[in-house]
Ligand binder design. Structure first.
Ligand SMILES: Cc1cc2nc3c(=O)[nH]c(=O)nc-3n(C[C@H](O)[C@H](O)[C@H](O)COP(=O)(O)O)c2cc1C
Length: 340
């Protein structure tokens, strides 16, 4: 079905195509999650998912179609980024398809309807996570994260603090000296809830920054790290005419850099916190390699734009074959087992 639809969707501007896709998905009845190999059951940070393959934030920014996405076979779905106030984002066009590179560049800038508008669409679900961010014009960004956490803590299986969008000026600065304060404020904002908190980081970090983030993460009540968001780098291999657009690059060209930065985090964290790998995952082999490089689970977005909604189930099935081939009895057993 997607093979027939893809040429039509790809004739449209990417943001229009995305909007139509969300409206079409909304009209679909939520399907039951396809049965998957029990070996894929994944547990970390007090969470339990039927597959380690999740949908990354940004596809369902306003929490409109997360049930349908679970029905396509994602083990878990992260909605958002939601900010305290609704926000338009940057001027259009702001999403670019780099089809020759199986990639996307976006500079959306946290366009979303705001936390309050999304609340009625949320429902307690053990596989639903909520990604929160700060408004562009906020005078106190840490307070925005705290408000986000306070608002969604009763509704989320986990909450992700997204401080790594490259499209809100200065946001990535929160990965520096202010990080301990942010993590403390976010943990405090949960109140009586013990919702696990994840931090989503950029792939564009040097060794010193990785070390400082790991130290802050381990000293705080963080439950895990998501590695990574889109990159500001532009590999010389890019062929698309859109390669020099401003924004964050995702998809195939991010695969190797995102794996390398995950590996760097994994070496420092030494199993003390779970890591979730994201960036350029488009196959069972990619997911398996990310798990062996240290990820307890993976997320994807861009590859699904190119491969369609059958992708999470295809990856899950292929992953169980790879795990069984190599004698692993669970996903957890394979985490971090690559040899240097
Ligand atoms: C169009 C687009 C919008 C995105 N929006 C968000 C967002 O709102 N919040 C967020 O944390 N990540 C966002 N991301 C980043 C993805 O969640 C993911 O980390 C990144 O794209 C790398 O994975 P991928 O190569 O599989 O897409 C967005 C990515 C794309 C392509």
């Amino acid at each position: 079905m997607f093979k027939l639809l893809r040429p039509l969707l790809f004739r449209l501007d990417p943001e229009t195509a995305h909007g139509l896709t969300i409206r079409a998905l909304e009209a679909l009845p939520a399907r039951k999650h396809p049965a998957l190999d029990p070996l894929l059951e994944t547990r970390f940070a007090g969470l339990a998912f039927p597959s380690p393959v999740g949908l990354a934030a940004g596809f369902d920014k306003n929490a409109e179609v997360w049930r349908q996405m679970l029905g396509f076979g994602f083990g878990f779905v992260e909605v958002g980024t939601l900010t305290p106030l609704p926000q338009q984002g940057n001027p259009k066009p702001r999403i670019f398809r780099l089809a020759e590179d199986a990639a996307v560049i976006n500079r959306l800038g946290f366009n979303n309807g705001g936390l309050q508008a999304a609340l009625p669409r949320l429902a307690p679900n053990k596989r639903l996570g909520i990604n929160v961010g700060a408004n562009k014009d906020s005078a106190d960004r840490i307070a925005d994260y705290a408000l986000g956490v306070r608002t969604v803590a009763p509704h989320a299986a986990w909450i992700t603090l997204n401080i790594s969008s490259p499209n809100t000026p200065g946001l990535r600065g929160l990965q520096g000296d202010a990080l301990p304060e942010l993590l403390a404020a976010a943990a405090e904002a949960r109140g009586a809830h013990d919702t696990p908190l994840f931090l989503k980081v950029a792939p564009d970090l040097d060794d010193t920054q990785v070390g400082a983030i790991c130290d802050a993460a381990l000293a705080s009540k963080l439950a895990g790290l998501i590695i990574s968001n889109t990159t500001l780098a532009r590999p010389a291999t890019l062929r698309s005419v859109h390669a020099s657009e401003t924004g964050g690059l995702s998809g195939a060209p991010l695969r190797d850099p995102a794996t390398a930065i995950l590996r760097q985090f994994s070496r420092r964290i030494e199993g003390r916190l779970p890591l979730i790998g994201a960036g350029g995952i488009s196959s069972a082999e990619d997911a398996y390699a990310r798990i062996r490089a240290g990820a307890s689970a993976v997320q994807l977005y861009t590859a699904m734009l190119y491969e369609g909604p059958g992708l999470p189930t295809r990856i899950a099935k292929g992953l169980s074959t790879l795990l069984r081939r190599d004698g692993f009895r669970s996903v957890a057993e394979a985490v971090g087992t690559e040899s240097d």
